[in-house]
Structures are given as C-alpha cells and as structure tokens.
Write a protein that binds this ligand. Structure first.
Ligand code: UDP
Ligand code: MG
Length: 303
C-alpha cells in the first residue's frame, strides 16, 4: 500500500525573515515522519517583501514544495482556503509561517489523527503576544461562544489538522466571509484538542492589522450568530419601556425638556446601531450574491 500523505498549508504575507527557519523546521518534521509522504504548500498572499523569490527557490530545490501566488492580498483565511484546494494529503495541517505555532506540536496533531480524530485542533494554554492581542482575543472567543449557534472552542486559532473527509466537506462551503475555525466546528466529526503554548513571533511584524482583526471578528459573529440582530430587538423593547416611563416622569416634572433630549439622543443612536447591525447582514448577503471567486491566483508552482 502506498504510504499516506500529510500536507502542510502555510499562508505567507511578508515572511521573508521567517521562511528559512520555517523551512528548516518543516524538513525536520519530514525526517521525523519517515512513514508518511509529505507536501508543503506555501500560499503567497501578495507579499511585498522578498518572500516570493525565496519561495521560488524552495520550489526549485524541493519536490515536496508547492507554491501558490495570489494576484494581491486576499487575507489569511483565503490563503488557507486556496491551500486546501491544492492539497492532496490524507491529513492536512494549517500552520502559521512565523513559528508562533510550534512545529513540533504537529507530531501530536498527527498522533491524534492516527488515533481516529478527524480534527485535531491546537488549543492555546498560554500565549506570548502583546497585551492588546491577548485581551481582545480572550474576550472575542468568550463572547463568540456565548452567542454562536455552534460550539466553537475557545483560545483556538487555525493551527490544526483535518482529515481528508473534513477537507472535502470544507471545500463545499462557498461562503465568501470565511471564519474557518467556525466552519470546521460546524462540520462536526470527531474533534480533539491538543494543548500548546503559543510563542512570540520569530521575526517580522504581524500581518493582522486592527482592521483585519475587526473584519475576522465581524465574519465570525455574522457567520455564526444572529445575536446582533436579536440584541437590536431587545434594546428596542427596553427603550420602549424607558420611553413610556420617561414620558410619565416628564409629565410629572412639568420640566420635561432635559428628559426628552436625553431620550431623543439615545433613541437616535439605537436606531443607527440597529441599521448598522442589519446592514452587516445585508452587505454580506449582497457580496455573496455577487458570486465572485474567493481568491485569484497569479501563478501556481507544482512538481
Ligand atoms: N497572513 C496572510 N495574509 C494576511 C495576514 C497574515 O497570509 O493578510 C499570514 C501570515 O504570514 C502568517 C499567518 O497568516 O503566516 C498569521 O498571521 P500573523 O502572524 O500576521 O497574525 P497574528 O499571529 O499576529 O495573529
Ligand atoms: Mg503570528
């Protein structure tokens, strides 16, 4: 029987400084897994540094390397999606390129898969990141879990292994606003956590700007919860009650202008918030209906 294959998907956005180290770590893993075929799929997400040239070199010298080049920056979630479309492994590992996801944890992910898990997700026990990242990430996962319709594990990024069957299922999801960790949870099957300590970035800067983080959070909430819209309904109800009481108090005090002014401002802001919440869903629906491709490849290097 031909041996089974493990594919690594590595999204790359300005990682020139990290690529040599990352590649060494991958080759080390390859040596530690003599019973498996391996492939390393790098997806260049419109890097502006010398990452593309380095990737070309890696491709030339190594048959296990595949490289996809995007026509521009489409974002981390799309880079992973493209890698998944190109992967041929029986098990597929998503891993960041900056060595924040310790490569040796992959061996534990593979062990969990060998023992029958369809998804082995790396769950952070500790993380070495800035205060802002730690704080926002901590609350993001907890609020999302509270409001989402499905069980999305806390403190778990995209660092994980998925089986071929889960990969094929994931590929049938056409959605443009992709929060892949949510989609993988949604798919089900046997999912197992593997605990790890997330390191600091090996070199370079985070490619996740505040704007990109906000967008990911919005995709997570709108993709997996209708809570923002429900919240609008609750606040409307509360406000109506407040308005009723305000009117009565205003009447009793005879000097009701201040009460009414405050109430008017509150009402206007709630209406604007309501429109924004509904707009998020309508905007996403519109973009989905446009049916544009999820990403655009400039070039594909495959042996
Ligand atoms: N990344 C990407 N496209 C982007 C931003 C990031 O492909 O627009 C890659 C990046 O090169 C890294 C992974 O996604 O391999 C995680 O990004 P990063 O380390 O910048 O995020 P952080 O760890 O700070 O959340
Ligand atoms: Mg990182």
């Amino acid at each position: 029987m031909a041996s089974q294959k493990v594919s690594w998907i590595l999204p790359i956005f300005n990682e020139a400084e990290n690529l040599p180290k990352l590649y060494d770590a991958l080759k080390k893993l390859q040596k530690q897994l003599p019973n498996y075929d391996t492939e390393f799929i790098f997806v260049d997400d419109g890097s502006k540094d010398s990452s593309p040239e380095i990737l070309e070199e890696l491709y030339k010298k190594d048959n296990a390397v595949k490289v996809l080049f995007f026509s521009r920056n489409f974002g981390h979630q799309m880079a992973i999606t493209a890698g998944l479309d190109a992967a041929t492994g029986d098990a597929i590992i998503f891993m960041d390129a900056d060595l924040q996801d310790p490569p040796e944890v992959c061996l534990e992910l593979i062990a969990a898969w060998e023992q029958g898990s369809d998804v082995a997700y790396a769950k952070r026990r500790k993380r070495m990141d800035g205060i802002l990242k730690k704080f926002t990430a901590y609350w993001f996962y907890r609020i999302l879990r509270r409001f989402s319709d499905i069980e999305i594990p806390a403190d778990t990024g995209d660092f994980r292994l998925i089986s071929r069957q889960v990969a094929e299922t994931l590929k049938t999801f056409p959605e443009k606003h992709r929060f892949l960790r949510g989609l993988v949870s949604y798919i089900g099957f046997k999912q197992t956590p593997v605990l790890f300590d997330r390191k600091g970035r090996s070199a370079g800067e985070s490619g996740y700007s505040l704007k990109k983080m906000m967008r990911l959070a919005e995709d997570a909430f709108t993709g997996f919860s209708l809570a923002p819209i429900a919240l609008v309904g609750y606040s409307g109800t509360l406000l109506a009650a407040g308005g009723f009481m305000g009117t009565i108090i205003g009447l009793l005090l005879a000097n009701s202008i201040i009460v009414l002014l405050g109430y008017g401002t509150l009402l206007t802001s709630i209406v604007l918030l309501a429109l924004a919440a509904i707009g998020q869903y309508i905007g996403r629906t519109y973009q989905q209906v446009q049916g544009r491709p999820l990403y655009i490849l400039k070039k594909k290097l495959e042996h």
